[in-house]
Design a protein around this ligand. Sequence first.
Ligand SMILES: CC(C)(O)CC(=O)SCCNC(=O)CCNC(=O)[C@H](O)C(C)(C)COP(=O)(O)OP(=O)(O)OC[C@H]1O[C@@H](n2cnc3c(N)ncnc32)[C@H](O)[C@@H]1OP(=O)(O)O
Length: 258
Amino acid sequence: MAFETIIVDVEDHVALIKLNRPDALNALNSQLLSELCTALDEADANDKVRCIVLTGSEKAFAAGADIKEMSEKTYVEVFTENLFGEVGDRVAAIRKPIIAAVSGYALGGGCEMAMMCDFIIASDTAKFGQPEINLGVIAGIGGTQRLTRFVGKSKSMDMNLTGRFMNAEEAERSGLVSRVVPAKKLIEEATAAAQKIAEKSQLTAMAAKEAVNRSYELTLNEGLLFERRVFHSMFATEDQKEGMAAFLEKREAQFRDK
Ligand SMILES: CC(C)(O)CC(=O)SCCNC(=O)CCNC(=O)[C@H](O)C(C)(C)COP(=O)(O)OP(=O)(O)OC[C@H]1O[C@@H](n2cnc3c(N)ncnc32)[C@H](O)[C@@H]1OP(=O)(O)O
């Protein structure tokens, strides 16, 4: 499938999905969001893909929802069409690991989109923010909820109430991003991380992703039980036998996703 606002490149088991609206700093309009969801679904279903990297341009991962597109909408319209209600569910339904590779602005829906991914690798030029308050609205796809879980109440309140931006160094220190790399190396580093994941058993990677995500939903005891049950279930897989045998035989494991 050809996309207008998304570029997809699959190489060495990694799907690189690039947001591509250079005229508007990758502002998330309905076309881009729809094409992005389709591209993610296709990558998830593609046997050649074992990990996904989502990125934008050097200047902007995404500067948020398209303000022009939504500015004239009424309450009845946004409620009826469930504006932005679908995208979070669609991204959350992707079972393969997704890395957000963020350079430049990740604001509003852009920051929220990055947080929907499994982890964020940021370039040293990245700027994160939830400036919706400047537009007379609040964040609508996770900026008050996911950001608070990442960085805690105080910093999340600061970001959501003042609308200020956080640079890459502060984002790493606050736990929003997993690592910061030089801008010129962002795609190389994110792809290398994705390839490392692609070498693992896909079965195990998907189980790890599911278990970590459960930690947001469950109490500690429920989460620990879920984790233990999934851990136990891995002993029914060939990949567990292969992984442990390879360690004992001092060789590389050859996982078969079985
Ligand atoms: C998803 C929800 C529910 O949470 C809601 C949201 O996401 S609301 C959107 C939140 N985001 C913002 O408020 C950021 C808006 N953008 C900016 O503040 C600035 O553009 C900037 C600080 C990111 C960059 O500033 P600068 O370098 O000066 O570039 P600009 O000239 O402002 O922008 C270039 C070009 O892009 C258009 N643009 C930028 N952001 C958006 C946007 N979110 N929606 C629509 N269009 C956007 C901007 O208008 C410029 O276009 P032209 O005027 O040149 O046609």
